[in-house]
Design a protein around this ligand. Sequence first.
Ligand code: PGA
Length: 228
Amino acid sequence: MDGRKNIWIIANWKSNKTVSETLEWISIVGPQLPQIEGLKVVVCPSFTALNEIKKSISNNSYPLLVGAQNISPFPAGAYTGEVAASTISDTVDLAIVGHSERRQHFAETDQVIEDKVQLVLKSDITPLVCVQGVETPIPDGVSLVAYEPIFAIGTGNPDTPENAAIVAQQLKDQKGSSLEILYGGSINGDNAKQFLVNETLNGLLIGKSSLDPIEFTKIVMIASSVLS
Ligand code: PGA
């Protein structure tokens, strides 16, 4: 019997997939998703595909949550081009905040990330905060964190499950044992199990491998077998 409350399997598509490609993905993944208590599968598509994927999930009752990959650091108002948390709170369950690509390409600072987390929480959306190591601050009120070392993202060179678990434990020691810590960085259908069997970790944040519906479903199935 697995001691964990939840295992999260989260697809971060990044800047990929048209609306029709999104619908193709969901038509393959959706019908295969198992309904298991504690298994939380989330897809984070582009903003442009959020509504269509949400409609497909609702119409077919797929056990799948929807997330945003980013969120505005401002409330709704005169901020051209931004998507405020309050404007998508009826569409998304979760929002990724502080991904290292946002820090690198969009100059996001710890303060910006803190501001985003507060707005996300105010809109009853779960923030998933990405940290690059134990030194990355985690804003108050956050319960879900992804440890994503930079060297592992998109490189085919994941961290070891042992080290990911050590970092996860250090983060829990800092912020409280109820924190759920995911691992992300070069996860695929072949290495996912080694991470998922480690009970210090609560799941995976998956970039490249989540784009392929077959590969992603394979990882979900591994998670479901570990949990049940
Ligand atoms: P990757 O990306 O799985 O393509 O390494 C993970 C992430 O950036 O969330």
